[in-house]
Design a protein around this ligand. Structure first.
Ligand SMILES: [Mg+2]
Length: 294
């Protein structure tokens, strides 16, 4: 979550790039100096988060996108469930004679929590106002409040899945120590299966691959939903020099069908992986390095 600090920088840098294109040409050295000064100032506080957080909280487009994604998720879930039921083994046949043996597990949907179902943007806004970098103590205090609101369409989707008999699981990188207040928060909002049996939180690793595999021992995951591509496949945990674009292109037929991705401009693997290209640099140098990618 330290990534949060730098998040809006990308958007700010995009804005800078736009201004550069539309504004009258300026003398190169002064433009460079202006950008450098702006980045230096931005690197010293949490203003990076302003635009991303504002977009998340105040844009009607954001609400529309969440409704759109969860509507799409409902359609995909119902279709995938119908296909999965058709693959169910014929119960009268012994497993050894059944060509579909092993594929008859009950269906499950796997959802991320933060910025997929729960809105933590007030915490981001607080960071901006207080000019505080992300730290685990502040985050834990926010989680303990158990007052995060649900994102548009999220509660309804989990209840819809539950009504179809699809097992709803939450795989999140909130830590296991945060289980109690997370359940309290989500149960109060009306999320289906808001209990410790259906919540697989982070113990030692941020990778969700093993936790998904654990679910797959007993269930067939027919849909995955998250704001981070790593919520849906281990393939996306490392993005590489092409930012993961090739992997997404390869999986393009799965999006909207098996994978539902929600928008998060504030943080995510997209940013943390990008920043790996800048390891060993100061905050200011990192931003300048990222500027070179435009
Ligand atoms: Mg998330």
């Amino acid at each position: 979550m330290k990534k949060l600090i730098i998040v809006t920088a990308i958007i700010m840098l995009v804005s800078c790039a736009t201004v550069k294109q539309s504004a009258p040409p300026v003398e190169e050295t002064s433009a460079g100096a202006a950008i450098s000064n702006a980045l230096t100032e931005a690197a010293e506080d949490q203003d990076y988060l302003i635009l991303a957080t504002l977009w998340f909280q105040k844009s009607a487009e954001m609400r529309a996108l969440y409704y759109q994604c969860f509507r799409n998720a409902e359609t995909a879930l119902a279709e995938n469930l119908a296909m999965q039921i058709r693959k169910m083994p014929i119960m009268d046949l012994p497993a050894s004679e059944n060509p579909m043996s092993g594929q008859g597990k009950p269906a499950a949907v796997v959802l991320d929590i933060d910025e997929t179902l729960l809105d933590n943007s007030p915490f981001q806004g607080w960071q901006v106002l207080e000019k505080k970098e992300f730290n685990n103590d502040d985050w834990f205090r926010w989680v303990e409040l158990a007052q995060a609101k649900s994102l548009p369409g999220a509660v309804e989707f989990t209840r819809y899945a539950d009504s179809l008999g699809v097992e709803v699981f939450y795989v999140s990188n909130r830590t296991v120590q945060e289980m109690g207040p997370t359940i309290k928060n989500m149960a109060a909002l009306g999320f289906a299966n808001a209990d410790s049996t259906h919540m697989l939180l982070k113990e030692t690793t941020s990778s969700k691959v093993e936790r998904r595999a654990q679910i797959e021992k007993e269930y067939e995951i027919i849909l995955l939903v998250g704001d981070n591509l790593a919520d849906i496949s281990g393939v996306y945990e490392k993005r590489g020099s092409d930012y993961g674009f090739d992997a997404v292109d390869t999986d393009r037929l799965l999006f909207g069908i098996r994978y539902i991705v929600l928008p998060n401009p504030m943080y995510g693997n997209w940013l943390s992986e990008l920043l790996k290209m800048t390891e060993g640099r100061t905050e200011k140098e990192k931003l300048l390095k990222l500027l070179e990618t435009f």
